[in-house]
Ligand binder design. Structure first.
Ligand SMILES: Nc1nc2c(ncn2[C@@H]2O[C@H](COP(=O)(O)OP(=O)(O)O)[C@@H](O)[C@H]2O)c(=O)[nH]1
Ligand SMILES: [Mg+2]
Length: 243
């Protein structure tokens, strides 16, 4: 596959998950015969995830680690890692194994084989996708976020079936020279609002269960998402409201 791919994995207390995930990713990416790098960006996790990542990086030169000191935030971690990516296609995947490594094959094939495509989003909400055992409270919070998103930034929410997805790839030029200033979790919204792109594809996949550890997405994150929607509303062109 003629391209270089950089995949970023944001982590916070994922020490028990990343070895298995990294092995799976390397297996999938080696089969695609593309150049690749896997970049862990860890916010100095108390469980020492960065230490596990550094051991993986010592074993394989294609694995890199960024350890951020004194900073927290999924989306800001991803933005700081993307700035250091060498690939012409970049991406993001969670570090808890909810996002199957195998889905990358189709995602990468559809960007490489089609020059018009700039972003490929793994979507939980199209035909062919499955969502495993999501708790009622998570499902409710997600529905609420979609509702608020549709109210505040409808032009962004109609671009894809899963604007809150945390698993996607894009051509680096989409965000090159673009100032991304996300807060909270929803990095894709920032890309869709500010990036330079033409075609987006949604890809079905099997959204799984977290392997080990706990989710960090609590009520606080829901509130931060709401503030993010409002910030994006202000940065986008005003909507014309006709009475
Ligand atoms: N670097 C970094 N990663 C984070 C932070 N918060 C969450 N993550 C990672 O982002 C991914 C998604 O977080 P998770 O807690 O699973 O959210 P959920 O899937 O919405 O429940 C996981 O790999 C987390 O370890 C953070 O503050 N900094
Ligand atoms: Mg998760």
């Amino acid at each position: 596959m003629p391209m270089d791919f950089s995949l970023v994995i944001p982590t916070y207390n994922e020490g028990l998950n990343i070895k298995g995930l990294c092995g799976q990713l390397i297996g999938v990416l080696e089969n695609l015969h593309c150049g690749f790098e896997i970049i862990f960006v860890d916010d100095n996790s108390p469980d020492g995830t960065w230490r596990v990542a550094e051991a993986l990086a010592r074993e394989d030169k294609r694995v890199r680690v960024i350890r951020r000191m004194g900073k927290r935030g999924l989306a800001s971690a991803v933005v700081s890692a993307w700035a250091l990516c060498r690939g012409d296609v970049i991406g993001v995947i969670d570090g808890d194994m909810q996002h199957p490594a195998a889905a990358l094959e189709k995602m990468l094939n559809s960007i490489v084989g089609c020059p018009a495509v700039d972003i490929v989003i793994a979507s939980r909400y199209i035909a062919g996708s499955t969502v495993l055992n999501r708790s009622a409270s998570k499902a409710f919070k997600s529905k609420l976020a979609v509702l608020f998103g549709r109210i505040f930034i409808p032009e962004v929410f109609k671009l894809t079936t899963d604007p809150l997805s945390g698993y996607f790839i894009l051509r680096k030029k989409v965000v090159e020279g673009v100032k991304l200033t996300p807060i909270g979790y929803k990095i894709l919204l920032e890309v869709l609002s500010k990036g330079k792109y033409e075609k987006i594809i949604d890809m079905p996949y099997a959204f799984g269960e977290r392997k080990n550890g706990r989710s960090k997405a609590g009520l606080r994150q829901s509130f931060i998402s709401l503030v993010h929607f409002i910030k994006l509303r202000r940065s986008l062109k005003p909507r014309v409201i006709i009475f």
